[in-house]
Design a protein around this ligand. Sequence first.
Ligand code: IDP
Ligand code: MG
Length: 149
Amino acid sequence: MEQTLVFVKPDGVQRGLIGEIIARLEKRGLKLVAAKFMQVSEELAGQHYAIHKNEPFYDSLIEYITAAPVMAMVWEGNRAVEAVRQTMGDTRPTDGKSGSIRQDFGLEIGRNLTHASDKLENAKKEIELWFSSEEIISWQRVLDEWIFE
Ligand code: IDP
Ligand code: MG
């Protein structure tokens, strides 16, 4: 089963949206396997967003992501990477349809509330970067057979 990295960004934490975001992922049927509330260091931010190093928004992105704590999580499920991206919505909150987290709660691309891994290969790398293997819990959820076919 796939696992994907999610974090509620500092704006989501400041705005009291951690619960709402977790609730949507839980209700979708995804399974939480790791979570920690943490301050992101400059070093972790730089490693996580290394791919954007040459973008004009890079400095403001690092400032944004390190400005307050984040709620970091790993979620599991069949096609979890795609499912979570879909629940988060398009990167720019004013693109795409409403009904997703970013489109329902955000307005600006630089204040888009959440991160979710964009593909399985990156999900694996990001989970390794953010969590140790002991922090990831393998557990049986009683409803699994009613959610996973
Ligand atoms: P994603 O978060 O949907 O995967 P990416 O393109 O990987 O989007 O960009 C990473 C993050 O960088 C975005 O979520 C957003 O916070 C920020 N970002 C991306 N493009 C811009 C931009 O044009 N201006 C400001 N911030 C941006
Ligand atoms: Mg991305």
